[in-house]
Design a protein around this ligand. Structure first.
Ligand code: AMP
Ligand code: GLY
Length: 426
């Protein structure tokens, strides 16, 4: 009998996970909680929310799933993997103790200090005096971050003293510290790795686009698009990031008695002094997953099963040579308050040889899709190189419309500006 897999979450990332799992010959059924109508017949959706951990454990037990894959960070921070383990069910992702790398920026910084993992100079501040002192000593620009999860909205890059002071006052609330950071100069790239204890199997690089508007202008979002591979960063950068950041992180987590299992996402700044950590995430990125998973040649289910069996080191992960460009279409107003319930026109369902649509925030109303989130869908285009992938994604997006729809027209610009010659990383 084939495997039954439960995917937790409902966004574009989870749609891509369901899509990838269904391609595995070992899989009999994919269930999703809460999933989404956009997943179509890839998965059966169950109305259990990701924060209802006992409900999810019950569902997994009742439906006799072989294992769960946890998409979003919130349940990981709440200990969903520990709760599944207590019920004797595997869940792919880190334990609560390991998920702190994403859950608390101040904890993550302390961890990096303890183990000499390169990151921005910083100070955790519990009051304004400390923050102003750091500002005085560091100069501008300076970065001010809220400590906990903030869906990309708790970070201010302040260019003026005025802006810095406002951010400090706004983010420093009673009982919540902030992290003040040196502004790092360089280009950002996401490196996601399959990790089990001290075994690290890196994926290829992907690059996210956080600001809402073209040219990296406007407020930060959860991510407006991503592409992979990232030809401007070759083997040497990958090797350096692995040796100075990802492997030391994995080893240190083992030494601290909270081994990491799952996808470790290191948000990197490639500076003149080498790669440095901007942030850790403890799960697949969204929209990085929508660019990376379609490029993954190896069966994702094999990678996850090998991890549960303590055999991740035996896996050779292969990538398709083609490039992928994932563009997010968002609702009017996003990342602020946004409009919903707008009819979506165009083909948002079929898989074509050169593109696929992953649903992030849609629902069905009288037989047709309407918008139901800030990020509505992600269109991933494929092609022999990045330019072809961009053309495929934007060509398909041209056929899709909803009132107030907006997307960045420059996903991939940093690679495109350099000619986008493909450089294989592995
Ligand atoms: P974070 O939530 O920590 O990933 O921060 C969101 C975004 O703010 C990052 O993707 C960067 O673009 C920017 N950022 C954060 N920290 C720094 C830093 N120390 N230097 C430069 N940019 C930063
Ligand atoms: N794309 C950034 C994230 O998933 O956090």
């Amino acid at each position: 009998m084939g495997l039954r897999i439960l995917i937790i979450g409902c966004g574009g990332r989870e749609h891509a996970l369901a899509w990838k799992c269904r391609q595995s010959p070992k899989v009999e059924r994919v269930l999703a909680a809460p999933g989404g109508t956009g997943m179509g017949d890839l998965a059966s959706s169950y109305a259990v929310e990701p924060d209802d951990i006992p409900g999810l454990v019950d569902l997994a037990a009742k439906e006799r799933v072989d294992f769960a894959i946890v998409g979003p960070e919130a349940p990981l921070l709440d200990g969903i993997v520990d709760a599944f383990a207590a019920a004797g069910i595997d869940a792919y992702g880190p334990t609560k103790a390991a998920a702190v790398l994403e859950g608390s920026k101040s904890e993550a910084k302390r961890f990096m200090n303890r183990w000499n993992i390169p990151t921005a100079a910083h100070r955790t501040c519990t009051n304004q005096e400390e923050a102003f002192e750091f500002l005085e000593a560091q100069g501008l620009p300076v970065v001010v971050k809220a400590d906990g999860l903030a869906a990309g909205k708790g970070v201010v890059v302040a260019m003026s003293e005025e802006e810095a002071k406002q951010a400090i006052e706004h983010l420093l609330t009673p009982g919540n510290c902030i992290v003040m950071e040196e502004f790092m100069v360089g280009e950002e790239v996401s490196l996601l790795s399959f990790v089990d204890g001290d075994v690290v199997v890196p994926m290829e690089f992907a690059q996210d686009h956080k600001p809402v508007f073209d040219g990296d202008r406007g407020p930060n979002t959860g991510g407006m698009g991503a592409y992979s591979p990232v030809p401007q960063f070759g083997r040497e950068v990958m090797a350096e990031a692995l040796e100075t950041i990802v492997k030391p992180t994995a080893r240190a987590m083992v030494k601290e008695g909270r081994p990491f299992r799952g996808v470790l996402y290191t948000g990197l700044m490639i500076t003149d002094e080498g790669p440095k950590v901007v942030e850790y995430n403890v799960r697949f990125g969204d929209p990085e997953a929508q660019a990376l998973l379609p490029r993954l040649e190896t069966d994702l289910v094999d990678i996850i099963c090998a991890t549960f069996a303590g055999r991740l080191h035996e896996i050779q992960v292969q990538w398709k040579p083609e490039a992928a460009c994932a563009v997010v279409a968002a609702s009017q107003g996003y990342p602020g308050p946004y409009a919903m319930d707008k009819k979506i026109r165009g083909d948002v369902s079929s898989r074509r040889p050169d593109s696929v649509v992953f649903h992030s925030g849609t629902k069905r109303r009288v037989g047709r899709f309407v918008t139901a989130g800030g990020r509505v869908l992600t269109v991933t285009g494929f092609g022999p190189d990045l330019f072809d992938a961009m053309a495929a994604a934007y060509g398909r997006l041209d056929e899709i419309h909803f009132e107030g729809m907006h997307y960045r027209t420059d996903i991939g610009w940093q690679a495109a500006a350099r000619g986008a010659k493909r450089v294989a990383v592995h």
